[in-house]
Design a protein around this ligand. Structure first.
Ligand SMILES: NC(=O)c1ccc[n+]([C@@H]2O[C@H](COP(=O)([O-])OP(=O)(O)OC[C@H]3O[C@@H](n4cnc5c(N)ncnc54)[C@H](O)[C@@H]3O)[C@@H](O)[C@H]2O)c1
Length: 334
């Protein structure tokens, strides 16, 4: 039985609380929130958990093995560090921290204490992303050319971080995972319309090793909810639409070279370029709630001393990209 203390039970925290509480080998003993209304919510809906105002109450409880951090992003480092220093395993919501140096410090503390440290990059526990990753690993797409993703919505508008730090951790995490790589260069453009200094719309460009290009468009100022990733390869093209019933659509489409280049007298005659438009496949991807799989994975990593899929090394790639892109945004604004 793993005893957990969760800090933060605002908009997202209840989802984590529900999923950790439902795990058979886990008890959420404490839920910490500075807001009395959120503590009342916990007491009314999760009678097996005790509500507390500060993390210290839970950290001094020797029965607590692990801490789940679901407070705003800027507080992640401080909360996770305190928990690791108290000898607790840590699950921290995305992004793990707001700077690479902070991720490195958390990683160092976790390793020194023999503790599990995991970040909640939920989409890596999503069966549709698993499906896509398996396709890429098998080489089904041929040579991967480029990808683009859009994560758009109207609201929720935050004041603590911009739309990039709020939304793009998902896309960057998915892309780094799919391509098993970190971008070699990153740039971004963004604009603050609603609140000064807080970009509502950001366009990022990620250049992965080789010629693999990716762009990420995030916005909380858009008429439609869009959660879409397109990956284009030499043999196949895939659309992953997280809000559609058929989340993955595989297109056997591309441009083939017919015959290859030829020499005619002393002239190179290039191969004919022909359109290929074959079958369209909508595979059945059995759905399981990603948060449930994520919660179970964290508990298994603690129990079996396994390295989490979304460990500090993965978190570092994501934070590195966001930090670099954030510097681009700052340079534009100044
Ligand atoms: N994985 C996902 O898909 C996903 C989705 C949404 C949010 N998130 C992440 O979840 C985290 C929380 O986001 P949210 O939207 O729930 O934020 P929120 O502001 O709605 O909730 C945060 C809660 O933490 C509490 N809190 C803040 N500082 C505290 C402190 N020092 N001590 C005690 N309580 C404190 C607040 O009172 C509030 O109830 C963020 O890191 C966000 O990035 C993840």
């Amino acid at each position: 039985m793993t005893n957990i203390a969760q800090i933060g039970c605002g908009y997202w925290g209840p989802n984590l609380l529900r999923n950790f509480s439902a795990q058979p080998d886990c008890r959420v003993k404490w839920v910490v929130d500075g807001d009395p209304k959120r503590r009342q919510y916990v007491e009314a809906n999760f009678p097996k958990s005790r509500a507390a105002e500060t993390l210290d109450t839970a950290l001094v409880d020797a029965e607590v093995h692990a801490v789940v951090v679901a407070t705003p992003a800027k507080t992640h480092f401080e909360m996770a560090r305190k928990a690791l220093q108290a000898g607790k395993h840590v699950f921290v919501e995305k992004p793990m921290a707001m700077a690479v140096a902070e991720v490195d410090e958390l990683d160092r503390l976790a390793k020194a204490g023999g503790l599990t440290l995991m970040v909640g990059h939920t989409f890596l526990y999503n069966p549709a992303v698993h499906y896509l990753k398996a396709m890429l690993d098998r080489g089904d797409l041929g040579e991967v050319y480029y990808a683009y993703s859009q994560r758009l919505n109207l609201g929720v508008i935050r004041s603590d971080v911009n739309a990039m730090w709020n939304l793009a951790p998902h896309d960057v995490s998915i892309l780094c995972h799919l391509f098993d790589a970190e971008p070699v260069s990153v740039s971004a453009q963004g604009t603050a319309y609603i609140q000064p200094g807080i970009e509502d719309v950001v366009f990022m460009q990620l250049n992965f090793p080789g010629k693999v290009r990716a762009s990420v468009h995030v916005s909380w100022l858009d008429p439609n909810k869009v959660r879409r990733l397109v990956v284009v390869g030499s043999r196949k093209m895939v659309v992953y639409d997280d809000v559609a019933d058929d989340k993955i659509i595989i297109y056997d489409k591309g441009i083939d070279r017919e015959g290859g280049d030829k020499m005619v007298f002393d002239q190179v005659v290039p191969a004919k370029l022909v359109h290929r438009a074959g079958d369209v496949l909508m595979p059945k991807v059995p759905f399981q709630e990603p948060l449930k799989l994520e919660a179970r994975h964290f508990l298994e990593c603690i129990r079996d001393q396994k390295t989490p899929l979304t460990d500090a090394a993965h978190a570092r790639k994501v934070v590195h990209v966001l930090e670099s892109a954030g510097e681009c945004l700052k340079r534009q604004a100044s």
